[in-house]
Design a protein around this ligand. Structure first.
Ligand code: PHE
Length: 351
């Protein structure tokens, strides 16, 4: 017991003369390290008669706490002293805010796509992909878009090879032109040719059209949707798209279905939401109508089912296509589509 109080005393003395972190560390090892004074004393515990063991053990524990507390408070003191010293010698103002390191973040187009995909996944849809360099067959022909359809006009479609290029070996030639897909609808054909119903998927990706102004860029993004099974009706299409639009734009957003035409759906519809800029009163964005078109959709044309080898008497389905930039512009009140692709940090940092 006498020894223990001696250790305390010498510790207090030693601690008092410590003036750097390195010295403190040396002291810590000497007193409480694996081969330190405290461990040496602990070894004695085993050799003591049972009666003395308890009181000696208690004293050792108290010593241990005493040493640890002393070291910890000296450490805090030294740290503070170091900051104060540096402040006076280096003129550091510790109250200044730190340097802001700007983290990377998802591009607004990716963010919007992720959000849309998450909503459809929650409704049981899976995710498919298709190539951006596509054959005329998938982009037009199999979607019931005839040879003389205006959508095939050279002005809209980027063709990247002449019909049957000479340098392409006969064995690889699938027939028809090679182009940059003008929509994500060719993924419908690719998946239907590969798989049997039931189908329920979305297909996001880049599409290309030879077009440029404040609402068009030569490359933009779409997400396609397709659901095929026995007994799929127009009410399923309405239900799914309304649920999606209410999740994406808010539950009170007015939604309206308008008759339209697409060669690969019959009947077809365009879907509008109440203009979010004027709340339906009529403004320059909605051209006074109070409504803004957000997507195209319809029941899969039986001709398309025939082309992919699905029995049109047995199966029915619906398809839709959403323009990502367009829907993002509406959600975030962006007036010019080109902002998405200029990579101006002042714009990107707002998302
Ligand atoms: N592919 C059409 C477009 O790009 C959109 C659409 C997809 C319409 C699916 C109906 C069904 O305009």
């Amino acid at each position: 017991m006498k020894e223990i109080s001696d250790i305390k005393e010498s510790f207090i003395e030693d601690l008092g003369s410590v003036s750097t972190m390195a010295e403190l560390e040396e002291l810590r090892v000497r007193y409480t390290g694996k081969k330190g004074i405290l461990t040496e004393k602990l070894k004695l515990l085993g050799k003591l008669p049972p009666l003395e063991k308890a009181s000696f053990g208690k004293a050792i524990n108290e010593l241990k706490e005493f040493l640890q507390e002393g070291i910890a408070s000296k450490k805090a003191y030294l740290k503070e002293k170091e900051i104060k010293d540096r402040q006076s010698t280096e003129n550091i103002d510790v109250t200044l805010p730190g340097k802001f390191i700007s983290p990377g973040r998802p591009h607004p187009v990716s963010k919007t796509l992720d959000e849309i995909i998450t909503i459809f996944i929650s409704m049981g849809f899976s995710v498919e992909e298709g190539p951006e360099v596509e054959l005329d067959y998938y982009n037009f022909e199999a979607l019931n878009i005839p040879k003389d359809h205006p959508a095939r006009d050279m002005q809209d479609t980027f063709y990247i090879a002449e019909p049957h290029p000479k340098e392409m070996p006969e064995a690889f030639y699938l027939g028809g032109d090679v182009l940059l897909r003008t929509h994500t609808s060719p993924v419908q054909i690719r998946v239907m040719q590969r798989e049997k119903p039931p189908l329920r998927f979305v297909a996001p990706g880049k599409v290309y059209r030879c077009d440029a102004d404040i609402s068009h860029t030569p490359m933009f993004h779409q997400i396609e949707g397709l659901m095929v099974d026995t007994d799929i009706s127009f009410s399923h299409l309405k239900g799914v798209l309304e649920a999606f639009l209410h999740r994406f734009f808010g539950p009170d957003t007015p939604v309206r279905f308008r008759p339209s035409f697409f060669p690969f759906t019959e009947p077809s519809a365009e879907i509008d939401i109440g203009c979010i800029f004027c709340k339906g009163k009529g403004c320059s964005v909605c051209k006074g109508s109070g409504w803004i078109e957000v997507l195209g959709a319809g029941m899969v044309n039986p001709k398309v089912f025939e082309i992919v080898g699905y029995e049109p008497e047995t199966y029915s389905g619906f398809a839709f296509g959403i323009g990502i930039e367009r829907i993002a512009m509406l959600k975030y009140s962006i007036s010019d589509i080109r902002l998405f692709f200029e990579n101006d940090l002042r714009f990107l940092k707002q998302f």
